[in-house]
Design a protein around this ligand. Structure first.
Ligand SMILES: CC(C)(COP(=O)(O)OP(=O)(O)OC[C@H]1O[C@@H](n2cnc3c(N)ncnc32)[C@H](O)[C@@H]1OP(=O)(O)O)[C@@H](O)C(=O)NCCC(=O)NCCS
Length: 407
């Protein structure tokens, strides 16, 4: 397939048309169009000399326990309404991921429009994230809110620095500054509040969509805090909106169960049942990940477990979508894996070792701690002798991964 780098001068009009046909952009000043797409590594593909498909990704980082991995974050895939079901979007996405792998990315991640599409490129579901919908008056926070500072889109550098310095954990993603700038969105609909230290550093803040709505809902796009005491400051701030805002929606912050901070959560849930202000917490897996460089990922895997050695026969469905001429077309192959405090993967096969058969989709989920090996046998594409499965179940008992950055 033919593709090339996005050129703002030449392609902006066609890309606006695609995004508009997808229902994503209705305004030519939109930040996705003007900030994100020109700064990201965007590829476009044409049909009959008209740009009809675009894919963009950015290089960021992802934490694996205490280590940092280089992440290819796929930030968008769009096809116009006259380019669908030709297989071109899948191919262009696969090529974009291959280029990022050649550029040394260890893993690739994305947020899904639905399950299944990106599985064909080797991605597997991440953990469930809890999404909380609550009335701030029900928050059980006994702290007087500190006076915050109002943040605006021109504060994007400070906001980004605060996001980079936030308390992070297994799975946490960090993307470049222009992504924060773009994600802050339209100033008429988005706003934020935060707290500065004596040196003028923004230490903790929240940013939300829903500015100007008399009773909400407001959608917390993100919260950044360096410690849990600062998180309580932010919850106290949300509670201070209680006389007016009836609904706050947010992905539950890592480290806490929001229900612990809600008064009579079950009573409120039933009282608001079927109302537009229904209070409830639901769980969904909306992001996916895949390994791009197995050797690097294993090198950064330090498990508190005795050493396990096995052969890995890895399959990778992405190769069907990538031209043979590219330097990277997936990571299918035979590997010898050593897992433990120091782990490794090397190409090959040892006769006396047990063998794990897995797709890269399933192996990524095992490695990230999303699902135990013995469950993946039934829900995914993974097979091994019982003894090896049991060892893998015990080895990959990891904290729940949260990306804490929706892209
Ligand atoms: C997502 C999108 C880019 C796909 O575009 P497309 O050009 O039709 O995709 P492709 O032609 O590469 O792939 C289509 C194939 O994927 C399959 N597919 C689509 N969704 C699927 C799913 N959830 N599970 C499994 N297969 C799926 C289709 O059935 C089709 O299969 P076929 O080739 O056997 O007929 C397009 O629908 C779009 O632009 N949507 C709006 C923007 C959007 O949501 N982007 C994704 C952001 S994460």
């Amino acid at each position: 397939m033919e593709y090339r780098k996005y050129d703002s001068q030449k392609d902006k009009k066609a890309v606006y048309r695609i995004l508009n046909e997808c229902g994503w952009v209705h305004d030519k000043k939109n930040k996705l169009l003007n900030t994100l797409i020109p700064s990201a590594n965007t590829l476009v593909s044409s049909i009959n000399n008209e740009v009809e498909i675009l894919v963009h990704s950015v290089i960021g980082s992802m934490k694996y326990l205490d280590e940092e991995l280089k992440l290819s974050a796929v930030t968008g895939v769009n096809a116009s309404l006259c380019a669908r079901k030709q297989g071109l979007s899948s191919k262009l996405t696969a090529i974009k991921i291959a280029l990022d792998a050649i550029n040394d990315a260890d893993v690739s991640g994305l947020c899904i429009f639905d399950q299944g599409y990106y599985n064909k490129l080797g991605f597997g579901n991440g953990n469930y994230e809890n999404v909380a919908c609550f009335t701030p008056a029900t928050l059980n926070i006994n702290r007087k809110p500190k006076l915050p500072t109002r943040l605006t889109e021109s504060d994007f550098k400070k906001v980004h620095r605060s996001r980079v310095k936030r308390k992070s954990f297994h799975g946490a993603v960090t993307l470049p500054e222009f992504i924060t700038e773009a994600e802050m969105g339209d100033k008429k609909k988005n706003t934020g509040y935060g707290y500065f230290d004596d040196d003028g550093n923004l230490t903790h803040h929240l940013w939300f969509h829903g500015k100007g709505r008399e009773q909400g809902p407001i959608w917390i796009k993100w919260m950044s805090y360096e410690n849990l005491d600062q998180l309580i400051d932010l919850l106290a701030l949300l509670k201070s909106f209680e006389e007016q805002i009836l609904m706050v929606k947010m992905v539950e912050p890592a480290f806490i169960n929001l229900q612990d901070f809600i008064k009579k959560p079950f009573q409120i849930k039933w009282l608001t049942s079927k109302s537009k202000h229904q209070n409830y917490i639901y769980a969904t897996a909306f992001w996916q990940l895949r390994i791009l460089n197995l050797e690097n990922c294993m090198q950064k895997t330090h498990l508190n477990f005795e050493d396990i050695n096995f052969n890995l026969k890895l399959s990778d469905p992405i190769d069907k979508y990538i031209p043979k001429s590219m330097k990277w077309n997936g990571i299918a192959g035979d590997y010898i894996i050593n897992l433990g405090k120091r782990s490794s993967a090397e190409k090959g096969n040892k006769k006396d070792l047990p063998t794990l058969h897995a797709s890269v989709n399933a192996f990524t989920r095992l490695w990230l701690g999303v699902m135990p090996a013995s469950t993946l046998v039934f829900s995914d594409d993974l097979e091994a002798p019982e003894k090896l499965l049991k060892k893998l179940d015990s080895a990959f008992v990891l904290p729940k991964a949260h990306i804490d950055w929706n892209f």
